[in-house]
Ligand binder design. Structure first.
Ligand code: T3D
Length: 258
């Protein structure tokens, strides 16, 4: 896995895009490694939360534009169906929370990757850039669906149509990032958050992520019923009993995902 670093500790899987000289631009092998990694995390009990970040001064500059010029490059629609969409689906379907530690520019499909995470923390010099239009393309990898839902349609349209960058402070004001931190604090803070999530009740976390996801396309009535169903499932876990016992006994719960 030359261009992807994966480290696991304290229940957290850290995924680092590792092509700093190309601002972590996405190549075919890198996209394939990423989708395989997120799929593998789904059944890896040692990983209960994930941090996604980039090496060097950027989070990810999107599609590697040099690769796109190679004679054997896939037609765009085929590439999106074969690699980008499966990657975004794997992230959204992963029953574990993903924290994006956005350490610099997130451009093109790199911005889409950040949008597909569950929580974003940004370094002070981070930015989001829907660069697609600058090379005559449209926002893809879920950006046209995710961004309006994250920040509202009006601002999403402005960013997509103008391709103006959104800086970290404005991203926080819009609610796109949970918080902005000094660059040196980014990974420690992202890991601290992920470790908290890794210590939470896994079944409840997975069902919460799925319920939030399903809410985008459900009616209110459908969502009420889904909550009842999911709550029945969460309530039947040993972790629910452990949570109540820990409350009564005034101690920290130990959740095992059972
Ligand atoms: O398959 C498909 O094609 C369909 C899918 C499309 C999805 C997409 O993501 S389309 C959008 C692709 N991304 C972009 O258009 C962004 C291109 N990059 C930039 O606009 C700028 O690099 C940034 C605004 C992100 C950063 O600017 P700056 O001035 O800080 O850095 P730089 O000097 O432009 O880049 C530094 C190096 O990274 C440079 O390499 P060099 O000259 O030092 O050897 C540059 O070529 C390389 N780099 C940056 N972005 C990419 C890249 N190399 C390949 N692909 C990139 N996307």
């Amino acid at each position: 896995m030359a261009d992807l670093r994966i480290e696991t500790a304290d229940g957290v899987g850290t995924v680092t895009l590792d092509r700093p000289d190309a601002l972590n631009a996405l190549t075919v092998p890198l996209k394939e490694e990423l989708v395989a990694t997120f799929r593998a995390f789904a059944s890896d009990d040692a990983v209960r939360a994930i941090v996604l970040t980039g090496a060097g001064r950027a989070f990810c500059a999107g599609q590697d534009l040099h690769e796109r010029l190679q004679p054997d490059a896939q037609p765009l629609a085929d590439e999106i169906r074969a690699r980008y969409n499966p990657l975004i689906r794997a992230m959204r379907a992963l029953p574990k929370p993903i924290v994006a530690a956005v350490n610099g520019v997130a451009a093109g499909a790199g911005a889409s990757l950040a949008f597909a995470c569950d929580i974003r923390i940004a370094a002070e010099d981070a930015s989001f850039l829907l660069a697609f239009g600058r090379v005559g393309l449209i926002p893809d990898s879920g950006a046209t669906w995710l961004l309006p839902r994250l920040i509202g349609g009006a601002k999403a349209a402005e960013l997509a149509l103008t391709t103006d960058p959104l800086n970290a402070a404005d991203a926080e004001r819009l609610g796109l990032v949970a918080r902005v931190v000094p660059t040196a604090d980014l990974l420690p803070q992202a890991h601290a958050l992920a470790e908290r999530l890794a210590a939470a009740a896994p079944v409840a976390l997975a069902l919460t992520k799925e319920a939030l996801e399903r809410s985008w396309t459900a009616s209110f009535e459908e969502q009420l019923e889904l909550e009842a169903d999911f709550q029945g499932r969460a309530g039947s876990t040993a972790d629910h009993a452990e949570g109540i016992a820990a409350f009564i006994e005034r101690r920290r719960p130990t959740f095992r995902g059972e």
